[in-house]
Ligand binder design. Structure first.
Ligand SMILES: C[S@@+](CC[C@H](N)C(=O)[O-])C[C@H]1O[C@@H](n2cnc3c(N)ncnc32)[C@H](O)[C@@H]1O
Ligand code: SF4
Length: 384
């Protein structure tokens, strides 16, 4: 698992506050642009180019040889950083890789606050004020390359910012008009039709609102998210968004509490929400609250593979675009392969010893680091 944040052991900083910069090894950048970049010193260069916003190196020796202002020695565990990556530097030596150009997909955590308390929450809610996370995302949007295909914004619950989230989406529409954005939200805020209209007015051409629906039984959905009236408001939110022609994805995390109604939930979607744009059937990440509630949540994916096939079949028959995320190829039936997606973010993606000689390893999504550490299927078996 890649560590996205670190502490520089050696640094000299004149920054008064955070400075977010793009890494570059191009010493010939035009002068007016250089302040937006942190120059990577890789070798013993005779003349270090002047006027960059900061300087970084991965090498102790090189750090010792130079005395540039705003100069950071990158910790070894962050040596994956490359030119084009966007890094937030703090005056106390803290370094945070907020965007990696080489990653398939970058997600921005906008807050840890939430109005749900899901049994399996991978990002357990905290109540402290953390709107600086929204500011970081807003700054990053100004620096992300326009060629970026897709990025995601998650939480906590991003809609707690109300207009603040809409401002961010508007900013994306301006700076990143060709980049698809996913907003991960419990969807309840969109039960307010005025708020749904505000999203529509932000006018991003490719904005997917990704909303979990854990069961067709209202009480069960409310139980999973630990909040009363959640089901009703979530459905109302989905209906409001679709009435305004906004894109909506429904997400179902599969675990012991949701598996029994999985097929029925897909049938409910097909009958009542046929117009949604995508359904994601997601394997369980063993992190956050899931670790504490593991006995109530864990079910081996191999045991539910026939149910998964049935659920996918329902969605396919109704022609609702559907994907299976976060599963290993050897735990699913062949009939879901067309819906199977290699979905785990590269920075938390791993394989285990059994995978070493697997002929399908390159097609397989592998594991979350947390699954490797705490729990994964007992039926992992290499394909010959
Ligand atoms: C942490 S939530 C935050 C966004 C929003 N508050 C929500 O409830 O969707 C982001 C996504 O993670 C999914 N999720 C939560 N816990 C998970 C887990 N243990 N494994 C896999 N996905 C999980 C949710 O379904 C949701 O789509
Ligand atoms: S053995 Fe490993 S690589 Fe092969 S399908 Fe199973 S999990 Fe994937």
């Amino acid at each position: 698992m890649l560590r996205l944040r670190g502490q520089s052991k050696e640094y000299q900083s004149n920054f008064n506050e955070d400075s977010m910069l793009i890494l570059s090894s191009d010493k010939n950048l035009p002068d007016p642009l250089k302040q937006k970049y942190a120059y990577i010193i890789e070798d013993e260069e005779k003349e270090i180019p002047k006027n960059f916003g900061a300087y970084v190196t991965f090498d102790n020796q090189i750090f010792a040889l130079n005395n540039e202002n705003n100069f950071y020695l990158i910790p070894d565990y962050m040596n994956y950083l490359l030119p084009g990556d966007i890094v937030n530097f703090k005056s106390d030596g803290h370094i945070w890789a907020v965007f990696r150009e080489s990653a398939r997909y970058n997600t921005f955590l906008l807050t840890e606050r939430c109005n749900h308390y899901c049994l399996m929450c991978s990002q357990p809610p905290k109540s402290r004020e953390d709107s600086w996370l929204l500011d970081i995302a807003k700054k990053a949007v100004e620096l992300i390359p326009r060629s970026t295909q897709r990025i995601g914004f998650s939480g906590g619950e991003p809609t707690i910012y109300k207009e603040g989230l809409i401002d961010l989406i508007e900013k994306c529409a301006g700076y990143l008009p060709y980049t698809g954005i996913d907003i991960l939200t419990n969807g309840r805020a969109f039960a307010n039709s005025e708020y749904s209209k505000m999203l529509q007015n932000a006018d991003h051409k490719d904005c997917m609102i990704c909303i979990p629906l854990y069961s067709d039984v209202p009480e069960l959905h409310d139980y999973v998210v630990q909040s009363e009236d959640a089901f009703d408001e979530t459905i109302k939110g989905i209906l409001n968004l679709k009435a305004l022609n906004q894109k909506v994805e429904i997400r179902i995390v599969i675990h012991k509490q949701t598996i029994d109604r999985l097929v029925k939930t897909c049938e409910y979607i097909a009958r009542n929400l046929l117009f949604v744009d995508h359904v994601a059937l997601m394997g369980l990440e063993i992190t956050g609250f899931t670790r504490a509630n593991l006995d109530d949540l864990w079910i081996d994916p191999y045991e539910y593979k026939d149910i998964l096939s049935e659920a996918v079949d329902v969605l396919n028959r109704y022609k609702i675009p559907a994907s299976v995320y976060n599963h290993q190829l050897c735990t699913v039936n062949d009939d879901v392969i067309n819906n199977y997606v290699h979905s785990i973010s590269d920075w938390k993606n791993e394989y285990i010893t059994e995978c070493k000689n697997c002929s399908k390893r390159h097609e397989c999504g592998g594991f979350f680091s947390s699954q490797v550490l705490y729990r994964h299927s007992d039926h992992i078996k290499a394909f010959e």
